[in-house]
Structure formats: C-alpha cells, structure tokens
Write a protein that binds this ligand. Structure first.
Ligand SMILES: [Zn+2]
Length: 276
C-alpha cells in the first residue's frame, strides 16, 4: 500500500498564529514569525510520526506534498528519509493531478485548517483569506480539505486521516464520517488555542494512522453537475473573477445574491478547480 501525506501548516499542534493588531497587510504565520518557525517544527514532528506509523504497519511507499503557501516549508533533511517528496506545479487547475502517477491508496491530512468564517477555527481561511469570504458547493460551505478530498476522489483516492483542531475535525467528519481524526488543539478564537501536550498528540497520531490503514473504503463520489458559489470580500474582485471566467462558462456563470457573489453550474472537476 502507498500513501500521500498532504501538509498544510495552520492546523498543527502548538501553533495559534500572531494576533492582528490593526496593521495591514497582516499574515498570522508569516514566514519570519516565531509562529511559523513553531509550525515547521510541529509539522515535521507530525509528518515523521505518520511516516513511522505507515512504515511500521506495512506501507510500501509514502509520499509527501508540502502545499502551504509558497511550498517547501519543511526541511527535508529533518523528515524521515524513507518519505519521497512530490513537487507538482502550484496551479489550482492541475491541483493533485500527480495522484494519477503515484497511485496511492489514501491521503493523510496534516496541518489543514477549518474553512473561512469558522467560529473558533484557528487561522481558518479558504485559499486567499483576504479575498474569499466563503465557497459553497450545493449550498453548503466547504474548505480546502473538502475540495482536496473531492479532487482526490476523482482519482479513486479516499481521505483516510486528519489531524487538526476541534473545529476543523468537526467539518472533516461532516465531509466523511469514516475519516480517522486526531485533535491537535482546541480553538478558543481565530488566534487563540488551548494546546494538547505534544507527546499525547503524536502518540494519538501514530495510533490513529494505524487504525486508518486498517479501515479501508472507497472515496465519496461527488455527482456532477454541482452548484458552485463564491463570495468575495470586495465587489471589485467578484467583477474581475466574472470577467475572467465568463467566456468559459457562458450562461452557467452569474452573480448571486449580491455583487460580491458569483454562482456557477459546474460540470466536472476541471471546472471546479478553475473556479476555486
Ligand atoms: Zn496554509
């Protein structure tokens, strides 16, 4: 069996981000911040624990996709040397296409976070937090983990494990209750967390991954067409997005309840990736 560890940064243990002080531009785990440095260490610990659990329990191959921000967040010399890093193009249009080549049996999510607008969701956002207020599919809000899981499902790959804060895990279970979850921290605000002890989190991740490997299932299949809605923080962004996509989508693209919101009927995963 082969597995992919998909790594974002905001959901790892011991990290809550730097608080907003009214100074813009603002990024809660900017690369030069102590919270970013902590996130790198925590993500590395979680990835190495996952890799150990996978190899101890019979995995033949483990791949790593480090997809936070500009990528290359982890120092690979500190990551279990048996793990192979994938380095696909960053474009959303081809996101996760590399699954066709590596043919894994499941995805393990590390460091993922709750979707934009989640109360007490630590560092929650959906892609560009400054521009996107929410994304809905068939009337229900979705986040990055939902969308990555949906894309993976079109390659026949199920999401099997997620470690994150309590708010994100609730959303994960709504997506697919079969996903094994481990709580890294409890959200008390956007940049406020109650931490669980590192050794407890890592030990639960080890046991959880082992459990997830034994619990085999097919991914949830998303039926197309689906109704897509994206609300921008600024009308200008919505108008620009509309202009960019109107030729491809024609009559299927329109404004929603207001000038900040774009709606579309989406016929396949390529169209979905074009719009998120
Ligand atoms: Zn991120």
């Amino acid at each position: 069996m082969k597995y992919l560890i998909a790594v974002d940064m905001e959901g790892v243990h011991g990290v809550e981000g730097v608080k907003y002080t009214g100074q813009s531009p603002y990024y809660a785990i900017a690369k030069d911040s102590s919270e970013y440095a902590k996130a790198v260490v925590s993500a590395t610990e979680e990835v190495n624990t996952v890799a150990r659990a996978l190899y101890d329990n019979g995995a033949e191959k483990v791949f790593l996709w480090d997809n936070h921000g500009g990528r290359d967040n982890l120092y690979m010399e500190l990551v279990d040397s048996r793990v192979e890093k994938v380095d696909p193009p960053k474009e959303m249009a081809t996101r996760l296409n590399f699954l066709a080549d590596i043919k894994v049996d499941g995805i393990i999510f590390i460091g993922y976070h709750s979707r934009a607008g989640s109360i007490n969701g630590i560092l929650c956002h959906t892609y560009n937090g400054l521009e996107i207020q929410y994304i809905k599919i068939d009337g229900k809000q979705v986040g990055e983990l939902d969308i990555d899981s949906m894309i993976a499902s079109t390659f026949g790959v199920p999401a099997i494990f997620c470690a994150s804060d309590d708010v994100c895990l609730k959303q994960v279970k709504e997506y697919d209750a079969r996903i094994t979850t481990v709580q890294t921290k409890t959200g008390k605000g956007r940049t406020s967390a109650i931490y669980r002890p590192t050794e407890v989190v890592l030990s639960e991740i080890y046991d959880g991954v082992k459990k997830a490997m034994a619990n085999r299932y097919q991914p949830i299949e998303r039926k197309f067409p689906l109704e897509f809605e994206k609300r921008f923080t600024k009308m200008e962004l919505a108008a620009y997005f509309y202009e960019l996509n109107k030729e491809r989508f024609g009559e299927r693209l329109c404004f929603g309840d207001d000038a900040n919101t774009i709606c579309a009927t989406v016929n396949d995963i390529d169209e979905l990736r074009a719009l998120v």
